[in-house]
Design a protein. Structure first.
Lengths: 194, 198
């Protein structure tokens, strides 16, 4: 062979680092990351018993309050048992448990139990009419921008989350809650240490 | 009205006390004239109407708003309860309530955009058929266009690079002197073909 005639300059040139290729790679990674983040958020699981209850702040409906305040955060209720109930005025099943929730609230309101109703995808005048119809007195709030129901992965109403004194989700009831389940869970959570 | 103004002085004529209390002293009972009584009654009535007017307005008359007008707004909204079903054709009670809200707001004179903004504010951006063209959601609009433009630009550059590389290689091949072995083989082939032709 005539290897001697081939100079090093004639060999395959070292690949130049193409800055456009880096840019394209970075953009692709960014888009994939963005899509992945969206997918993760959409498919995030419902908070399971034992997991921390997602925090939120609520502005109560006119005439409703908690500890004489028109707004509250879940964080401030730590140390108390929280019964978080998602409902809607258009929900037929919610009507089944409405009286039970109100009566149980009246029985436990002085024992360190907070009932918190969150109106899910509801129209405010209808929500107020519903609460008046069932004479609901425990704190109730609209779910502004659907943040709370999204964080709790609510897919329908009614859904009830029992949150312990330690701020962890303890039990979840999908559909109307029964009197036995409601009182037994509250009693069990009241007996737990914070 | 002029008649009332002309009689105003006489309206405020206060009659002398006509009664005495049990001890016989006169009671300062201002007895107003009948005209004054009617004027006060008239004013009270007017103020009642003035107060009642906003309340009556609060109960907005929605009868002038047609279903088509409501659906014009509703078709660009999605109720999260019934995923993938536009609000104008969704049969659920929740969506019916929403359509009534649209009807009321249209009757109040709100524009389509204002109503859409209200729903996005109340229930989140996901209720909109199209993501809002502001804030973080703007990225959804920018990203595909940027990807197409950027991708096209990079692809054009890639093709350009390939073409240039090919041109350089062709030029190098044409300019490069044949190596002795290649030359011999080439000449042998030429001669062989010439002989075959002859």
């Amino acid at each position: 062979m005539t290897d001697a005639t081939i100079t090093p300059a004639e060999t395959i040139p070292a690949r130049r680092v193409n800055r456009w290729a880096i840019l394209a790679g970075a953009a692709t990674l960014f888009i994939l990351g963005f899509l992945g983040w969206g997918l993760l958020n959409t498919n995030a699981p419902r908070p399971e018993p034992g997991s921390p209850a997602p925090g939120f702040e609520v502005q109560f409906f006119n005439g409703y309050e908690w500890e004489s305040r028109p707004a509250a955060a879940l964080e401030e209720m730590k140390g108390q048992v929280v019964v978080l109930n998602f409902w809607a005025s258009w929900c037929i099943e919610c009507r089944v448990e409405a009286d039970l929730l109100e009566n149980t609230w009246r029985a436990y309101e002085d024992q360190g139990v907070v009932f918190l109703g969150v109106a899910y995808i509801d129209v405010e005048p209808q929500s107020i009419a519903y609460m008046e119809e069932f004479n609901i007195t425990y704190p109730n709030a609209p779910d502004l921008r659907s943040h709370i129901s999204q964080d709790y992965k609510v897919t329908g109403v009614p859904e009830t989350f029992f949150i312990g004194k330690d701020g962890l989700v303890k039990d979840i009831v999908i559909g109307p809650v029964s009197a036995q389940r409601l009182t037994s869970t509250i009693e069990r959570l009241l007996a737990e240490d914070a | 009205m002029l008649k009332v103004i002309r009689h105003l002085p006489s309206l405020f004529v206060i009659s002398p006390p006509r009664r005495q209390d049990r001890k016989g002293t006169s009671v300062c009972a201002f007895v107003v004239s009948r005209r004054l009584f009617w004027l006060v009654a008239l004013l009270l009535l007017a103020s009642v109407f003035a107060l009642a007017a906003p309340a009556a307005q609060a109960q907005t008359d929605t009868s002038a708003i047609t279903d088509d007008q409501v659906n014009e707004v509703a078709r660009d909204l999605y109720c999260p309860v019934c995923e993938s079903t536009p609000l104008d054709v969704c049969p659920t009670a929740a969506c019916r309530d929403w359509r009534e809200v649209i009807r009321t707001q249209l009757a109040e004179g709100r524009t389509k955009q204002e109503i859409m903004d209200y729903f996005a504010e109340q229930y989140g951006g996901r209720v909109l058929a199209e993501p809002p063209r502001s804030g973080f959601a703007l990225i959804v609009w920018i990203l595909p266009a940027a990807a197409v433009i950027g991708g096209g630009f990079l692809f054009a550059r890639y093709l350009n690079g390939l073409r240039r590389e090919e041109n350089e290689r062709t030029a190098e091949t044409a300019d490069a002197p044949l190596l002795p072995a290649e030359e011999n083989e080439y000449m042998a082939r030429v001669e062989r073909e010439l002989q075959e032709e002859s």
